[in-house]
Design a protein around this ligand. Structure first.
Ligand SMILES: [Zn+2]
Length: 200
C-alpha cells in the first residue's frame, strides 16, 4: 500500500478475493446479469413509470442487490477491476442489510418510510450505509485524495437527490455534510490497509 492507494496491478486480485470473502460470509450469494432476469426487467419498467422516465438506465448502468443476488449490467464484465471492487464493497453492505432486516423489512424501509419520494429516510439511511463503505473502499484502494475528490462527492450527492433512486433525499447539502464528516472520521481513524492477496 502506498500513499496513493493500492497499485492497479493488484486490483483484479483484490476483487477476486472480495468475491470469495462475500461468498464465504453469506452462503448462496450470486452475481447475475440483469439482462437475464425477468424480475429486473419488471423493476426497470416500474422505475421508468414512477420517475417519469428519469430513471431509464436501471438495466444497463446500475448494480442492484436483492437478497443474496447481486444483479449486474452486462458492462460489469469489462469494467475496471478497481471500480468493480468498490461497488462490490457497497453491495456487500446491502446483503448484510437484507440479512438483518429481512425481505419485508427491506421493502418497507426501502420503498415506504416515511414517504416514497423526496424524503425517503429509510432508503436514504440504507444507501448512506452503502456509500460510507464506498468512501472507505475508495480511501483504501485509491488513497485519501481520491476519496476526498469533488467528483466522488458530487456523484454520491446526485444519487441521493436525483432520479437514480427516485429522489430519495432532497437535501443535497445534508448529504454533502455527511460525506465531509465521514471523511474527517477516516482522516482521524484511517481504515486498515488492504491485505494484498497473491495474484492468481
Ligand atoms: Zn446502494
Amino acid at each position: 500500500m502506498t500513499a496513493g492507494g493500492v497499485p492497479r496491478a493488484h486490483h483484479e486480485a483484490l476483487y477476486a478475493a472480495l468475491v470469495r470473502d462475500i461468498e464465504g460470509r453469506w452462503r448462496g450469494v450470486r452475481v447475475l446479469r440483469k439482462s437475464e432476469s425477468r424480475f429486473c426487467r419488471l423493476i426497470d419498467r416500474a422505475l421508468r413509470i414512477l420517475t417519469f422516465g428519469g430513471q431509464d438506465r436501471f438495466l444497463d448502468s446500475y448494480v442492484t442487490t436483492l437478497g443474496r443476488r447481486i444483479y449486474v449490467p452486462d458492462s460489469w464484465f469489462t469494467m475496471d477491476a478497481g471500480e468493480r471492487y468498490c461497488i462490490l464493497r457497497h453491495e456487500a453492505v446491502h446483503i448484510a442489510q437484507f440479512k438483518r432486516f429481512t425481505w419485508p423489512g427491506m421493502v418497507l424501509l426501502y420503498l415506504l418510510l416515511p414517504m416514497p419520494v423526496g424524503l425517503a429516510a429509510g432508503r436514504a439511511l440504507l444507501e448512506w450505509q452503502g456509500y460510507r463503505e464506498t468512501l472507505d473502499a475508495h480511501w483504501q484502494l485509491y488513497g485519501p485524495a481520491a476519496a476526498r475528490s469533488e467528483s466522488l462527492k458530487k456523484g454520491i450527492v446526485r444519487r441521493f437527490t436525483g432520479p437514480d433512486y427516485a429522489w430519495m433525499w432532497m437535501l443535497g447539502r445534508m448529504v454533502e455534510r455527511a460525506i465531509e464528516r465521514h471523511l474527517e472520521r477516516l482522516e482521524a481513524h484511517p481504515p486498515r490497509p488492504l491485505d494484498l492477496p497473491d495474484p492468481r
